[in-house]
Write a protein that binds this ligand. Structure first.
Ligand code: CA
Length: 238
């Protein structure tokens, strides 16, 4: 038996909603659709979806209001959809509890990857242990060994500082998912960290210099411009 998740698509543009429904339906997901924020809020409680795809520009309510209302009672995975020109909206949505975002226009692979990642992270979210990760994470020629606190590239131990290790480890733990600058700052440097992201940029530049073949075109640690960082999707072994 192969039961797939039920996805609520909240999107007022008919063609986009139909595209999303067709792609997810083709992979065996069950899909339901809402065209307005009000309709979405009532369907959220009456139809019990497993995942939500939320367009931020809705005709009645702001998508952010839908997200905030949803987050007041549920930790359902939410992937927000927004136009490229609205970076600040994406950051605000992620910081308000969205799990990830899709930038319009997006393709089939990207859509499926975001939905898969959002579901996986909800399933594996276990407590608040900061980087209480075990096992190894492998992507391409890079291995993060959580037991030994090591990053290896082609089998060679990369010498990272503690801050670099914590940043790499945290991104690896959430691989495939974008983590905002604000989230990373707070996770790594405490709730009062903030203001400048300089410390993050310096650490990321150092990690890339040590790990990437070509730091200007990273294969492992991606920048989501104006938003944060995302680790390439790979494989977690226990
Ligand atoms: Ca819209």
């Amino acid at each position: 038996m192969n039961i797939k998740e039920k996805v609520l698509i909240i999107e007022d543009e008919k063609s986009i909603a139909q595209f999303i429904a067709a792609v997810l339906g083709g992979q065996g997901y069950e899909t339901i659709q809402a065209r307005t924020g009000k309709e979405a809020l009532s369907m959220l409680s009456s139809h019990c979806p497993d995942v939500v795809i939320l367009d931020l520009g809705l005709p009645d309510l702001d998508g952010m209001d839908v997200l905030r209302q949803l987050r007041s009672w549920s930790s359902l995975p939410v992937v927000v959809v927004s136009a490229r020109s609205h970076e600040r909206d994406k950051v605000a949505a992620l910081d308000a509890g969205a799990d990830d975002y899709l930038t319009k226009p997006f393709g089939t692979d990207e859509l499926l990857a975001r939905v898969r990642t959002a579901i996986r992270h909800t399933r594996t979210a276990s407590g608040n242990g900061e980087i209480a990760q075990k096992g190894t994470y492998t992507v391409g020629e890079l291995v993060i060994d959580y037991n030994k606190h090591q990053v290896l590239v082609r089998g060679e131990n990369v010498r990272l500082t503690l801050s670099e290790w914590r940043l790499a480890a945290l991104l690896g733990k959430h691989a495939g998912k974008v983590l905002t600058y604000d989230f990373l700052m707070k996770e790594l440097w405490g709730p009062r960290a903030g203001g400048s992201n300089q410390i993050l940029r310096v650490n990321m530049a150092n990690i890339r210099r040590k790990v990437e073949q070509n730091p200007a075109e990273p294969e492992y640690f991606f920048t989501e411009v104006g938003v944060g960082y995302r680790m390439a999707e790979g494989e977690q072994t226990p």
